[in-house]
Design a protein around this ligand. Structure first.
Ligand code: ATP
Ligand code: MG
Length: 391
């Protein structure tokens, strides 16, 4: 029933001179999000965006619900600039909105309309009270508000305000590289970083044939699920051949340090890829104290291999909070599929919880670190993921 979607964006307006860049990015991300769906065009006016729907506003709104930068959406009814038309439209909107108390709010951009805002509000409110006996007016805390905007092009009427993700348009803050495992945490870390405007690319370390095709497919699927939140609805994922490194670590004489050493290799390789790609930060799904490799000592010792900023947006979250976010963004079901990860295949019995830099430097002296990294990088492939048919 609603032919139009009104899209509100928030923080963008704070960005002064960069505003146009932000708005253009938001528009590009919106267009990418609705690609393939029928619609009648997008317009930007007075700090808002209007999207013409075609009997499919709910489907369009669902897509927009994954675009960072959008604060809320309202499905809007459009009527001629005529009192009866507006009253009829307001009745349809009120009928479609749950609640027993309401108020009418009028904004009159077109001052040539003969009724002023309070008059129009009163006449529409009176009409609603006449035809819906269960309704009462409450101007302070109404269950819903019937909004009417009077513009030259017509009257726009709505009550629903669908809250969206907020944040900044993905891509407005530059590029970051996410270490994406097949687990619950790292996709959420990627999502939260995209939320602040970062165009996130991913790097996944696999140990094929010790890890299966299914385990790779699972990570690709996580990338597809993240794509709609990312800049232009795309997610680029680097798949790094990590098997030789895993084997070398497995053979080494420091089994309790193998996870720490493995993470150091991951960070070194990711830093190298980030430099090549122009990414300015790495992102991981670490949450402090969650497992042996995420104690303060472990993070300190692992982090020492890179001078790049490493973002850990989950650092202060409990597992349950991370799970709730994973469910909300739609990655949880895929993350809990039982396929093995490179770390689960090679995990030591007693991983060190307090590895020191001296210890790992001694252990790494046994290995040909540079060659192992060069080989892994040489066998890295890139896949470009888009949301696919399920959206
Ligand atoms: P997740 O649920 O993200 O797998 P986790 O609780 O299993 O996290 P760890 O396995 O200790 O935690 O990994 C910590 C972080 O290291 C992950 O969040 C991810 O950023 C990175 N990481 C771990 N394994 C891989 C991998 N195979 N490829 C890429 N990054 C990885
Ligand atoms: Mg993991």
């Amino acid at each position: 029933m609603y032919p139009l979607l009104l899209v509100r964006y928030g923080e963008l307006s704070l960005k002064g001179r960069n505003r146009k860049v932000f708005e253009d990015l938001l528009l590009a991300n919106i267009k990418a999000s609705i690609a393939g769906l029928p619609h009648g065009g997008i317009r930007k006016t007075y700090g808002r965006i209007y999207l013409e729907a075609q009997d499919n506003w709910e489907e369009l709104a669902e897509r927009l619900g994954r675009v960072f930068g959008i604060v809320s959406i309202s499905p809007v009814l459009r009527r001629e600039l005529d009192l009866e038309e507006i009253q009829d439209g307001a009745a349809l909107v009120a009928q479609d909105t749950p609640g027993n108390t309401f108020k009418v709010e009028v904004r009159r951009a077109d001052k040539t309309f003969p009724l002023n805002s309070p008059e129009l509000a009163r006449l529409v409110g009176g009409h609603l009270l006449r035809i819906f006996p269960h309704l009462k007016v409450d101007v302070h805390q109404p269950d819903f508000t019937v909004n009417i905007e009077v513009r030259r092009e017509g009257a726009f009427i709505y009550s629903k305000v669908i809250p969206c993700l907020g944040g900044l348009p993905a891509g407005s803050a530059g590029k970051g590289l996410l270490l994406l495992s097949g687990g619950i945490d790292s996709p959420v870390a990627g999502f939260l970083t995209m939320k602040r405007g970062v165009n996130v690319e991913g790097v996944h370390f696999h140990s094929y044939p010790f890890t299966s095709e299914q385990s790779k497919e699972k990570v690709l699927q996580l990338g597809r699920l993240l794509a709609p939140y990312n800049a232009k609805g795309r997610f680029r994922l680097w798949l790094v051949y990590f098997t030789e490194i895993q084997k070398a670590l497995h053979k080494g004489s420091y089994p309790s340090l193998s996870i720490t050493l493995m993470r150091r290799f991951m960070l070194r390789i990711a830093s190298e890829l980030a430099k090549r790609e122009g990414a300015l930060a790495l992102i991981t799904g670490d949450s402090l104290g969650q497992v042996a490799s995420q104690t303060m000592e472990s993070i300190h010792t692992i982090n020492a291999v890179t001078s790049m900023p490493v973002f850990r947006p989950l650092i202060g979250l409990d597992k349950q909070e991370i799970v709730e976010l994973a469910v909300k963004i739609g990655t949880f079901e895929t993350s809990i599929l039982p396929y093995e990860d490179c770390c689960t295949v090679f995990v030591p019995k007693n991983p060190a919880t307090r590895p020191t830099i001296e210890q790992v430097v001694r252990a790494e002296a046994e290995l040909n670190v540079e060659d192992l990294i060069a080989e892994a990088l040489a066998r890295t492939e890139l896949v470009e993921l888009t949301p696919g048919k399920h959206f």
